[in-house]
Design a protein around this ligand. Structure first.
Ligand code: HPA
Length: 248
């Protein structure tokens, strides 16, 4: 079954005919909210709002372990994460969708692994290509089917937040090779890898990163708001295409 993690601007899925909601207890505490089970265009999906249904949980306080564990416990096999970003690459203007293929993790002090001291030998999980190839391919197909003009591939810089970046920080991220910047990509992607979920992200550029484009002087909350509304309507079309695929 397909799991959808909705980020900013996607706390609800209007096209989803809800069958039930389920509070899932996990060894890692509470997920961001109950999992919402339902059908998109007649196909079953589980939806979880990363920041809670009232959008009250900031990026650094999201219980990523509980969210990923909860989806895994519901027999979810594939997960698409929808995440907003600031565009650093000149092609990632506000409104542009992207399926990143790489990550640089600048976050800190987040619970970032399921591996704990348990007396078993230590293992190290491969993360060379952080997103699941199969799920990335499905996202690309869904975007094409929805008629989207999107970018295939890019480096996602995961930052701690909740504050936005300085211009110098964005210049540094650009020098590091980052194409976009967001606050929630990690440790979510890694936890999915550890637990064996096939996970990929569709990112939505909602503003130029600090110091770029019309964010040269400041990032306008108004620009973000107006970009979000239109872009998420398009993302919902993409999610419906994803839901139609076979996940057995
Ligand atoms: N920086 C970090 N995270 C973000 C941004 C940004 O500019 N826009 C949306 N999420």
């Amino acid at each position: 079954m397909l799991g959808i993690i909705g980020g900013t601007g996607l706390t609800k899925l209007p096209g989803l005919s809800i069958t039930h909601r389920q509070v899932i207890r996990t060894p890692y505490g509470e997920p961001s909210g109950p999992a919402t089970f339902g059908e998109l265009d007649g196909h079953p999906v589980v939806f979880l709002a990363r920041h809670g249904y009232g959008h009250t949980i900031p990026p650094h306080l999201v219980n990523y372990r509980a969210n990923i564990w909860a989806l895994h416990a519901q027999k979810v096999s594939h997960v698409v994460s929808v995440a907003t970003v600031g565009g650093i690459h000149p092609e990632l203007a506000p409104g542009k969708l992207c399926v990143p293929d790489q990550i640089i993790d600048y976050t800190h002090a987040r619970e970032s692994t399921f591996a704990e001291y348990n007396g078993k030998p230590v293992t190290h999980q491969d993360f060379t290509w952080p997103y699941c190839v199969d799920m990335r391919e499905r996202c690309l197909r869904a975007l094409r089917a929805a008629g989207e003009d999107f970018i295939d591939g890019g480096v996602y810089a995961a930052v701690q937040g909740p504050r936005l970046e300085t211009k110098a920080e964005i210049d540094r991220l650009a020098r590091d090779g980052a194409d976009m910047v967001g606050m929630t990509g990690m440790p979510e992607a890694y936890l999915a890898r550890e637990i064996g979920l096939c996970y990929a992200a569709v990112t939505v550029s909602v503003n130029w990163a600090a110091g770029r484009g019309d964010s040269a002087e400041a990032i306008s909350a108004q620009t973000i708001e107006s970009t979000l509304a239109g872009a998420m309507a398009r993302v919902r079309q993409v999610l419906t295409r994803l839901a139609c695929m076979d996940y057995r």
